[in-house]
Design a protein around this ligand. Structure first.
Ligand SMILES: *Cc1c(COP(=O)(O)O)cnc(C)c1O
Length: 355
């Protein structure tokens, strides 16, 4: 037997969301209206150098775009191959013997595996996040606290006052608080521009969701310069592909003003879908993101997701959601897709119950 890998890797599994291709995929919260037109144009006009040469060491063009867009100093901006890469690098930089990360659960499913991969213990404090006393998250002196705002999968937006309390509780001597703002574009509420001034805060963003660039694997984050620098050291150079960074910079600048229109359509359809789900008794939770979590029609999320998959609709099942039990997470998209989903729900569940 070799000594490879580390013993605690026995407990880590390869990611498998059971996501086979499907006709209408509402399972991963990507932008179902497509991609940023300027970003796509940039990719279409790739030069030989874009492909044959190494990209910038630390994606400075993207950092400059983020700096301008959010009015933050460039030294406060870091980037990664997806915001997953930023979380991973941040976790690695926080490691120490016995160090742990605390978070309110349920939340983003990658937090726990990224913690384990990086040798951190993961302490989940039960939901509901907004009502979790911040002192529960700070119990045992964590190295990191993770808050997804709005939260995936519930759509809940932790109130600003709660966040301020969490940040102030231990101040600069406390843990680094990571706010994952993957869905902040849909919430219209963000703390990204405040981050450079707060020594214990890192705000992570992705270009995979609202910007429609999931295939490019790009993300960015803003924090105090020392925090951003530590993440860059941990991540290493050349991690963001040149075309990905250039496309992301184009989308972040959004000179065409494409993003607000897409967000408006998304929020309209979210309200409309919530009404439809409500009228079917599926109790959708209020959402500040581009998805909705509702109860599973038969009470078994896995079975219901498989039944929908059989008729060409992909949704993401979750079990044991507080206040809902088994639940389905549905990405909001153009209304034809929502119609397909509602049709499938009616054909698969309502009629069977009625008969
Ligand atoms: C989708 C998602 C991400 C991942 O973003 P990438 O940039 O594609 O790695 C991060 N956080 C949350 C909460 C997400 O839902």
């Amino acid at each position: 037997m070799t000594r490879f890998p580390r013993a605690d890797y026995d407990a880590i599994r390869r990611y498998d969301p059971e996501r086979a291709p499907v006709r209408v995929d509402l399972s991963d919260n990507t932008n179902l209206w497509g991609t940023h037109p300027g970003a796509l144009e940039r990719v279409r006009h790739a030069s030989t150098d874009d492909v044959a040469r190494y990209p910038e060491l630390y994606a400075d063009e993207l950092r400059a775009a983020v700096s301008e867009r959010f009015d933050v100093p460039m030294e406060s901006v870091t980037t990664g191959a997806g915001s997953d890469d930023i979380l991973d690098s941040t976790f690695r930089a926080a490691w120490g013997p016995g160090a742990h990360i605390a978070y309110a659960a349920p939340t983003f499913s990658m937090v726990e595996p990224f913690a384990r991969m990086n040798g951190l213990d993961a302490h989940a404090v039960p939901w509901p996040a907004a009502d979790v006393d911040p002192s529960l998250l700070l119990e045992g002196d964590p190295a990191l606290v993770y808050v997804c705002r709005p939260n995936n999968p519930t759509g809940h937006l932790a109130p600003r006052g709660w966040l301020d309390e969490l940040l102030a509780a231990r101040g600069p001597d406390g843990p680094l608080v990571i706010i994952d703002e993957a869905y902040a574009d849909f919430a219209g509420d963000t703390v990204i521009s405040d981050a450079p001034e707060i020594p214990n805060l890192l705000v992570a963003r992705t270009t995979s969701k609202a910007y429609g660039l999931a295939g490019m694997r790009c993300g960015f984050a803003v924090g105090a310069p020392l925090v951003a620098l530590a993440v860059e050291k941990s991540r290493g150079p050349y991690k963001v592909g040149g075309l990905a960074a250039a496309a992301a910079a184009t989308a972040v600048r959004d000179e065409e003003g494409w993003l607000p229109g897409v967000i408006e359509r998304c929020l309209d359809n979210r309200a409309r879908l919530m009404d439809e789900l409500d009228s079917r008794g599926l109790q959708p939770l209020p959402s500040s993101a581009n998805f909705v979590l509702c109860s599973a029609p038969t009470g078994s999320a896995r079975r219901d997701a498989l039944a929908l998959r059989a008729v060409g609709i992909g949704v993401r099942p979750f079990s044991k959601i507080p206040e809902l039990g088994d639940a389905l997470r549905i990405t909001i998209g153009p209304w034809e897709m929502m119609d397909d989903l509602l049709d499938a729900l009616d054909r698969t569940f309502t009629r069977r119950e009625a008969s």
